[in-house]
Design a binder for this molecule. Sequence first.
Ligand code: 8GT
Length: 137
Amino acid sequence: MLVVAAALIDPAGRCLMQQRPADKRHGGLWEFPGGKVEPDEAPVDALVRELAEELAIAVSPAALTPLSFAADAAAGARPLVMLLYVARAWSGEPRPLAAAALRWDLPAALAGLPMPPVDVPLLAVLRESLARGDALA
Ligand SMILES: Nc1nc2c([nH]c(=O)n2[C@@H]2O[C@H](COP(=O)(O)OP(=O)(O)OP(=O)(O)O)[C@@H](O)[C@H]2O)c(=O)[nH]1
């Protein structure tokens, strides 16, 4: 299963995380907004679509910068590969259309949140990248 997700970073350097509804897989955990890539869909197009569906924001494909990826091969579950992009520009104010809640926090403050396994190393990469002041993040 290929999943795409975005770290939306605001001008204060805070990252948006959303909480999965209790009745879904990984319910209650905090995740990057995004979702599954459909067959024949380009990953960036899938992410633009998911951000519109989940948050009601418009993001240009050019504003999505690939950051890293991670894989989760947990026993009993479909192997998952997640591609994480960074975005600093979008239009609209993110609204929790699909999530139980949204929160904005500095990546360092997000580290203790309960999140799916693939998100943990990706959040660490994001923190390091932001701390270095990488142009891409
Ligand atoms: N969006 C998102 N999904 C994640 C993250 N980490 C992670 O393990 N996942 C998993 O990746 C899968 C994404 O599925 P989803 O349910 O969000 O995607 P979707 O909107 O396309 O699916 P649906 O329409 O079937 O509900 C879920 O199993 C979810 O638990 C993350 O940071 N963001």
